[in-house]
Design a protein around this ligand. Sequence first.
Ligand SMILES: [Zn+2]
Length: 296
Amino acid sequence: MSIVDEIKSRLDIVEFIGGYVPLQKAGRNYKGLCPFHTEKTPSFIVFPESDRWHCFGACSTGGDIFTFVMRQENMEFPQALRFLAERAGVELRPLDSAALERQDEVDRLRAANAAAAQYYHRMLMDDPQGEAARRYLTERGVTRETMSAFQLGYAPDEWHALEQYLERVGIASRDVLAAGLTTEGEDGNVYDRFRGRLMFPIRDPQGYVVGFGGRVLDEDSLPKYLNSPQTALFDKSSVVYGIDLARHSIRESGTAIVVEGYMDVVIPHQCGVTNTVACLGTALTESQIGMLKHIT
Ligand SMILES: [Zn+2]
């Protein structure tokens, strides 16, 4: 767990922000008057489920407990980190500030990816729009348990569905773009990168979603597979699909079965061959081999 995650896990965001802003429960969330602009009707929301906040009023911005402290206390990230570490009773290891800033970006992109994976998964499992994707998987013998284990998902065939959802749960639009979940057209318009696709979240060995692969549901659309672009988290040549679920069985057996694509991993895992992973390309790269060696 990163130091930022550790601090977040020890602090209750509702209690913490509630120390600055009187908050009232509103459904699953909490709301209050925005501390960053003047208003009479509360448009400042705290989301305990995602540990985030968002002002839907004049600020139209949001973030996590760190960005809250940075704005509220007028601090840069390293200062906010020291401030929150003390509040959380977490001891800081000596890290230089460049590493801290990079860690901050990594955490924000992880939060964006995690929220997107949850959204896509819910669309697949329960939403009428996910029907074709559910049928595609069911026809290939994939059970609901397996869909959940891999957190498979469906990206609706819309331009702004994910973008709007992530805004509602307090993920900053620049982080959504930096995570490659949206893309910017030549005209400057920002829209969902993945549309009308079956979604495979790609995780690192620790289980963090670093990127996505999206497959079309009809055989005519191109590209058949679309991956996240290169981001601070995602480098296609160094990810190994399924590594988070396969690592224990790879370690126990001392063997990894390396296949090419997403479905080549999902089906064997369902059949109990849980040391299967995919290189997502035709050749294994040096860094993929390095990751597998590190585990075995
Ligand atoms: Zn505001």
